[in-house]
Ligand binder design. Structure first.
Ligand code: NMX
Ligand code: MLT
Length: 454
């Protein structure tokens, strides 16, 4: 690798937060590991590819690298080596709240180090200095028909800011590959600082009679988001919990992978995140949280607002499956147990809304759905994922416009994917370009008992 940049740009963050300097320290320490793996151990085999993986969405093929999170099929997610409870316990908390600063979590994802309270507060200050959303972003949003899906608005707003990219500016001026991470970090931090206001603006414009609420710079990211959405406490804690839980799920999920793929062409963070958000908008991915709520509401509607009996619920579940639909919020491409993000939100509900009928229904589904999915015989994982529980909390606190739920997921997911593409550039990850084959080739290799490897 070319000599590393020893100095960072005189960005705002260099003055008010030590995050960027700490990140450089971590990058310099990490690069030799990546270089050694590629140069000295690059040909060591770590996986094989079968025909069903080739046709079936590359499931389980180990071909991506990230150190920001890892998803174990049985245990679930670890952020930088920590489980969800360990993460919540370790990070500095917002005064008066049991939940951490989202800004401190950003520091943790970026560097792998748990920040001190002062370090988390310095990131919060840095975000505030970058948070001003350009006026034209609101003009773009206002020009869109009001019945546009909020995810389309969110993605368009992110993409509209692409002209701000410092990465593009520096790339066009000419910079060394070892410096790519620096303007990428700046772009990613600028985007992350602005997303809460953009999301809240979409919400208030679309659903609350076009009454945006101005940002309150005295508040932390979660608190300010709750304020701009117009929801009182404890929605600030809901926001903090929600953004952290939804942030990262290793690199192969659609939103993370799409963001990484687009960034691998050296497209900037605005292009890349917008692509990832578009992937999150699919019903098999993030949109499932909206589908869960609409499914639950259908059950209540058909029963005149009453909770179903066990038998009635089983019938609803079978009717859904027999109509060719999936049970939203259940199943997973990697997990083979209940998603710990589901459990974490269930614990929140047990504490704050134990008697809420919708929560009771979610628990009834948890009891019934796994057996039905097993009997149905298709899903490899009959257990609930993050989306089965998240919408109920939002509904309870007054956010009943469920087509907005994936935007909330998107704000959280940005934390993970933006940290990832900063590291992609720091470690010089290559243009992603897997090889495709034809069906004729697969049939030939199948007849021969496998492709002959040289
Ligand atoms: N209900 C009904 N059928 C299901 C379900 C489900 N919840 N989950 C999987 N299956 C079916 C799946 O459609 C497939 O059918 P077919 O062979 O006819 O194509 C079969 O079971 C095998 O799929 P799997 O290998 O178990 O799952 P895969 O890895 O392909 O997909 C999901 C994973 C998450 C897309 C899938 O479980 C699903 O569609 N779940 C419901 C939607 C959902 O909750 N998505 C959110 C995921 C989390 N997130 O936020 O992104
Ligand atoms: C996610 O959070 O991205 C989802 O659980 C989907 C996945 O991991 O594939």
């Amino acid at each position: 690798m070319a000599p590393v940049a020893e100095k960072i740009d005189e960005g705002r963050s260099a003055n008010v937060s030590n995050l960027k300097a700490k990140l450089l320290e971590k990058i310099l320490a990490h690069r030799p590991r990546t270089t050694k793996l590629v140069k000295e151990q690059g040909k060591i085999v770590i996986d094989q590819v079968t025909i069903d993986q080739c046709i079936g969405g590359a499931r389980d093929i180990r071909s991506l690298v990230t150190d920001i999170s890892y998803l174990d099929p049985q245990e679930g997610i670890r952020f930088r080596g920590k489980t969800i409870p360990e993460t919540f316990a370790a990070l500095p908390k917002v005064p008066g709240s049991e939940y951490p600063y989202v800004e401190g979590f950003w520091y943790f994802l970026m560097t792998g180090d748990v920040p001190t309270k002062e370090e988390a507060l310095a990131v919060a200050e840095d975000f505030k200095a970058r948070a001003s959303v350009p006026r034209y972003v609101f003009d773009v949003l206002r020009a869109m028909p009001r019945d546009t899906h909020p995810m389309t608005m969110f993605s368009a707003a992110i993409l509209s800011m692409q002209r701000e990219s410092l990465f593009v500016k520096r790339y066009n001026e000419g910079m060394k590959k070892t410096e790519y991470w620096d303007p990428m970090y700046e772009d990613c931090t600028n985007i992350m600082a602005r997303l809460p206001e953009i999301a809240a603006y979409i919400y208030r414009m679309k659903y609350k009679g076009d009454t945006p609420i101005a940002s309150n710079p005295k508040l932390d990211l979660g608190g300010n988001f709750a304020h701009m959405m117009g929801f009182p406490k404890p929605y600030d804690d809901v926001a903090r919990m929600y953004f952290i839980l939804h942030s990262d799920h290793e690199s192969g999920n659609v939103s993370a992978h799409a963001t990484h793929l687009v960034a691998s062409a050296l497209s900037d963070a605005y292009y890349s995140l917008s692509a990832g958000i578009n992937g999150l908008a699919g019903p098999l991915h993030g949109l499932a949280n909206q589908e869960v709520l609409s499914w639950i509401q259908d059950v209540f509607k058909q029963l005149g607002g009453k909770l179903p009996t066990e038998e009635e619920l089983k019938k609803f579940l079978w009717d859904t499956l027999n109509s060719g639909k999936v049970i939203p919020g259940y199943g997973h491409a990697v997990l083979r147990k209940t998603d710990p993000r589901y459990t974490s939100q269930m614990e929140f509900c047990q504490k704050f809304l134990p008697d809420y009928p919708m929560f009771k229904l979610v628990n009834m589904i948890y009891k019934a759905a796994p057996d039905i999915l097993r009997e149905h015989g298709k899903a490899k994982n009959p257990w609930p994922n993050v989306d089965a529980q998240s919408g109920v909390i939002q509904w309870y606190y007054g956010l009943t416009e469920y087509d907005f739920y994936t935007v909330l997921f998107g704000v959280g997911r940005a934390l993970g994917v933006l940290a990832n593409i900063t590291w992609d550039r720091a470690l010089g990850y290559a243009l992603e370009r897997p090889k495709s084959v034809t069906t004729d080739m697969l049939e030939k290799w199948a007849a021969e008992g496998g492709r002959k490897l040289a």
